[in-house]
Every structure is written in structure tokens, then in C-alpha cells.
Design a protein around this ligand. Structure first.
Ligand SMILES: [Zn+2]
Length: 287
């Protein structure tokens, strides 16, 4: 089994959490009697996760009789969950400190169960089934984890590696009195077809296009202010300022990836002829 969080397996962490409970409580007695079944279930989880088939995992029937005891193990304040969160933010290269990996907008103020604990109570405190996320994403996560074709809805930040080529884009168009920016997904750079389909399902489940749009409305004024502060008096000046912005997105993308909504927005605005003509008019310049 995987060694994790201080050289312990997820099952050892579970077992220790049971040992910390009051030995004579009905919960502890029931959990102790079922420890071996939990250990088997944890192994099964890990194997299925490693083969990226979590969507096909069936809930444990033999543990359904102790469902309430298993669910009672989980609390956001319990030691196991707190230790896990600290470990996670220090060790998962695909997530940044305290930011929800599902949306990359909000802070990860909750701990999310990859397989919902109401359906899979046996994994309520399996650290491989936990990931810090935001409450907004959590509210979009439903009990169904796969679509009608058996394909899982959400990216798994332990087993799926997101590509560093662009699949998220921002389209900038003129509207009455200004410009607007809309995000869209497109597989124009050849992301693996299965991975791209997963990204599309993930975006849909968490309403990311709409949520990024809402963020873009605020962020677009920051880009406008940037150009206004750059002392631009000619088209060459504008191009220089735009190139400076592009270099900045290149630097930032090393940390956040090329498909981070803010990086996409800054890059696509800085390279957009529509945005340029809008900005030039704002600055009272003619191209
Ligand atoms: Zn989120």
C-alpha cells in the first residue's frame, strides 16, 4: 500500500483514528470488529485508483451495516483530516496552497470526498479519497460520480495529470460601450482525447465557464488599468506594454499552468486585436 503522511498507509491512519476513540463506545466496538474489512476495502480503493477506474468502484456491501459508525469517523476537525490537509498542501505539486484545485478560484475551505461518503462510507476517512476543495465546488458535486457511459465527472488530482498545452481560451468581442470576454474550451492543440473529454466533463460539473466569466468581469478592469498606467502614446508603446504582459503570463504559467483562468485571460487579452483597438480608442490613439 501507499506510504503516506509520515510514512503511514491510509489504513494505518484509519486504525490509529479508531484507537484514539473511547474504547468502550459502541462506535469503537463496531469499528474494531470490522477493521479487517476496512483494510481490504482500502486496498481495493488503491488498486482501482491506480488504474484510474474509481468510477467503477462499487460500495462495500459487507460494511454497509456499520455505515453510521464509519461516517462518524469523519469530521473536519478530527486529527486525521487536519494532518491530511497540511500534508496535502505541502506535497501535491498540482495544487497551490489553500486554493481549491477544482476551480482554482476560491480558497479550499472544506475537505471534499472524491467518492461521496454518503454512498461510500467506508472511505469517509481514507486519505486517498480526500482532497481540500471550496464549498462552492462541493455544492456542485452530486452523488452520481459517472455519466451514462460510465465516465467519471471530475478530475482526480492524484492520478490525472493536466496537460501543459492550452485547452482553455478567452474570446474577446466588442459590445456596446466596451469589450466582453468569454471563456471556451477547445482541443486545438492535441490534448489526449480521453483526458480532454474528462476536462470537459469537469468544467461542466463545476460550471467553470460561467464562474470564470464572472471573475473576468472584475479582472478585465485590472487589465485596462494596466494599459492606462503604462504611459502609452503610440501603437509601438501599446505593443511594448502588451509584450510585457505576455512575458508576465509566461512566468506565471510556470507555477499555475497555461490553462489557469487568469493567465488565459491576460494572455488572450494581450494578443487580441479586438482588445487592442478598444484600448487604443480608450487611450485616444489611432492605430
Ligand atoms: Zn472550487
Amino acid at each position: 500500500m501507499k506510504r503516506y503522511a509520515g510514512e503511514k498507509t491510509p489504513y494505518e491512519l484509519f486504525s490509529e483514528a479508531v484507537d484514539r476513540k473511547d474504547k468502550n463506545s459502541a462506535d469503537t466496538i463496531a469499528l474494531n470488529a470490522n477493521k479487517h474489512k476496512v483494510e481490504i476495502a482500502y486496498r481495493y480503493y488503491e488498486r482501482t485508483m491506480d488504474s484510474q477506474k474509481l468510477g467503477s468502484l462499487t460500495p462495500s456491501r459487507v460494511l454497509s451495516s456499520v455505515k453510521e459508525h464509519l461516517l462518524g469517523m469523519y469530521s473536519s476537525r478530527c486529527k486525521l483530516v487536519k494532518d491530511f490537509r497540511n500534508w496535502h498542501f505541502n506535497n501535491n505539486p498540482q495544487t497551490y496552497y489553500n486554493v481549491c484545485p477544482y476551480c482554482t478560484i476560491n480558497s479550499a475551505n472544506t475537505t471534499e470526498h472524491i467518492l461521496p461518503k454518503e454512498v461510500y462510507p467506508e472511505y469517509a476517512v481514507n486519505v486517498l479519497n480526500l482532497i481540500p476543495a471550496c464549498s462552492e465546488c462541493n455544492s456542485f458535486k452530486l452523488y452520481d460520480i459517472v455519466d451514462q457511459n460510465g465516465e467519471i465527472f471530475t478530475i482526480n488530482f492524484y492520478t490525472d495529470t493536466l496537460p501543459d498545452i492550452r485547452y482553455l481560451f478567452a474570446r474577446i468581442t466588442h459590445i456596446e460601450g466596451g469589450v466582453q470576454l468569454e471563456y471556451y474550451l477547445e482541443n486545438r492543440n492535441g490534448v489526449d482525447a480521453n483526458l480532454y473529454a474528462l476536462i470537459e466533463r469537469h468544467f461542466k460539473r463545476f460550471h467553470l465557464i460561467d464562474r470564470y466569466y464572472a471573475k473576468a468581469v472584475q479582472e478585465l478592469s485590472n487589465i485596462k488599468n494596466y494599459f492606462k498606467s503604462e504611459d502609452i502614446s503610440s501603437e509601438d508603446d501599446y505593443d511594448r506594454a502588451a509584450n510585457k504582459l505576455i512575458r508576465k503570463t509566461d512566468e506565471d504559467s510556470i507555477e499555475y499552468g497555461r490553462n489557469h483562468w487568469r493567465i488565459v485571460m491576460y494572455y488572450d487579452a494581450a494578443t487580441s486585436p479586438v482588445f487592442k483597438s478598444y484600448m487604443m480608442a480608450q487611450l485616444h490613439l489611432r492605430p
